[in-house]
Design a protein around this ligand. Structure first.
Ligand SMILES: Cc1ncc(COP(=O)(O)O)c(C=O)c1O
Length: 484
């Protein structure tokens, strides 16, 4: 029930110290009025870093160490590391600590770009695993145990398996079984739990990455809990990756002037969960389920729930992620998102067929009621749209996973050239090209460009699919590594 960093920082801000140190605004005295309009006077006085009382993020012995120990305890981890460069920073630190250049690592094909960035930093060799997909919803689910077994049988040399747990849509795969399987083979289990930082605090949610057996987990405290944007935690358990190695990687990748208010926000978010996490998350989960039930009564709308789980790659669902398929109204998710925005409701994301509402412990019946009312109006405006679902593109069969010719790092540092797509077969991709749906890259840096990938690109483009990642969105040219 303590918050060591937040408490030390408040004490420091109240001491009336003459700040002959950074930052240059000097406790707010010199702050521009625009900056002052965002922060309180205490907040500006607390904007300090590098003071003995406030500890050192890179070699903590005082309040940061105490706060990290409390966080580790709350998450059932051995150690927790506070991160100030988002979950991107946590993912990079995780990969830099666990892997070495040339190591093979099993990676879901629909990994977030922070993972590709981490692979470029480390120089590891990815072996891609295909996530399950849901044809009707048009979204990727998790990677199944069967797919992990396939990848391991083809690559028994792999040092680690990396998993997005849960997916952006809140789908948790069968991680506990996968972790046992990989540990029996002496492999590490790493998780990008950007969307699972709240799981540890309520039985109404899937098991947390630590409970499921991950060795290291990057958790976005700022996405689903109450810390400030840009803050995350890296959790470690089991001793398979040394604490010194993690601290060293964090020291390379993170600022030497961490913002203490960001660190205090991590501390406060953990305290908040310790105080009332179970009750608030449980209540929010009940409200989310009630919202789902209301949505599923509206003609043309559907929100999948626990009934869609229990299959490979989809063991459990975070009820707080409410995905609503709007295709039955003859609408794309993108159009529905814009329509909702005009009603002053901002979604977490949209894709070709769905919009996603992210609820948190901070939401309740008032917020879910507002969503339900807006969706009801949306459905009423399109009464008679029954059967319109076919007008919204679904999923086409994706080509087989391509061969990896070069590591993402080699592809990143190689000379590049842009070639007409029609002449790209046989070359090595130097960029990522993804369609939403299903959000699974057709090409990633280092992949062999083959004719199957090229014809899929042509088909999806002709169908008007939403392309992301490619520098030339017309897909007439593709960035490849230069020959010779
Ligand atoms: C699955 C996943 N991993 C990692 C990240 C990176 O997190 P951050 O934005 O905190 O750097 C995101 C962000 O959206 C994400 O969705």
């Amino acid at each position: 029930m303590k918050a060591p960093i937040a408490e030390s920082l408040l004490t420091y801000a109240g001491l009336g110290i003459a700040p002959m140190h950074t930052p240059g605004h000097k406790g707010g005295r010199g702050a521009h009025p625009l900056l002052r309009s965002f922060l309180t006077e205490t907040g500006l006085r607390a904007d300090v870093s590098l003071s003995a009382e406030l500890d050192d993020l890179h070699a903590p012995t005082g309040c940061i160490r105490a706060a990290e120990e409390l966080a580790a305890e709350a998450y059932g981890a051995d150690t927790a590391y506070f991160m100030i460069n988002g979950t991107t920073g946590a993912v990079h630190t995780m990969l830099m600590a666990a892997l070495a250049p040339g190591d093979t690592v099993l990676v879901p094909r629909n990994a977030h770009r922070s993972i590709v960035g981490g692979l470029i930093l480390v120089g590891a060799r990815p072996v891609y695993m295909r996530p399950e997909t849901d044809e009707r919803l048009g979204i990727a689910m998790g990677v199944s145990l069967a797919e992990v077994r396939r990848a391991v049988s083809e690559h028994p040399e792999a040092r680690a398996g990396l998993f997005v747990y849960p997916t952006y849509y809140g789908v948790a795969n069968e991680l506990p079984k996968i972790a046992d399987f990989l540990h029996e083979r002496n492999m590490l289990v790493l998780t990008d739990a950007a969307h699972g930082a709240h799981f540890a605090f309520s039985d109404a949610l899937p098991p947390s990455a630590m409970q499921a057996g991950a060795d290291l987990s990057a958790e976005s405290t700022h996405k689903t809990l109450g810390s400030l944007t840009q803050t995350s935690m890296l959790l470690a358990r089991g001793g398979r990756v040394s604490a010194e190695r993690i601290r060293a990687a964090s020291g390379i990748l993170q600022s030497t002037s961490p913002n203490e208010i960001l660190l205090a926000s991590l501390d406060a978010a953990r305290l908040q969960m310790a105080e009332e996490g179970g009750a608030r998350l449980g209540a929010a989960a009940r409200d989310a389920e009630a919202l789902r039930a209301r949505i599923n009564k509206l003609p043309g709308l559907r929100s999948f729930g626990a009934e869609s789980m229990g299959a490979p790659g989809r063991a459990a669902l975070d009820p707080l992620k409410v995905t609503v398929s709007v295709a039955g109204l003859g609408l794309s998710g993108f159009a529905a998102e814009e329509e909702l925005r005009r009603e002053n409701i901002a979604c977490e994301l949209s894709d070709a067929r769905n919009v996603l509402f992210l609820l948190s412990y901070a939401d309740g019946a008032r917020e879910t009621g507002r969503i339900a009312a807006a969706l009801k109006r949306m459905a009423a405006r399109r009464s008679g749209a029954a059967g319109a679902e076919d007008a919204v593109p679904g999923l086409s069969e994706m080509p087989p996973l391509p061969r990896v010719m070069r590591t993402p790092r080699e592809a990143y540092f190689a000379r590049h050239e842009r070639v007409p797509a029609a002449r790209a077969a046989g070359r090595t991709a130097a960029e990522t090209i993804v369609f939403y749906p299903p959000g699974i890259p057709v090409l990633a840096p280092g992949d062999a460009v083959d004719t199957a990938a090229l014809s899929y690109l042509r088909e999806m483009k002709a169908a008007g699919a939403h392309v992301v990642g490619a520098a030339d969105v017309s897909l007439e040219t593709i960035l490849v590594t230069a020959e010779g």
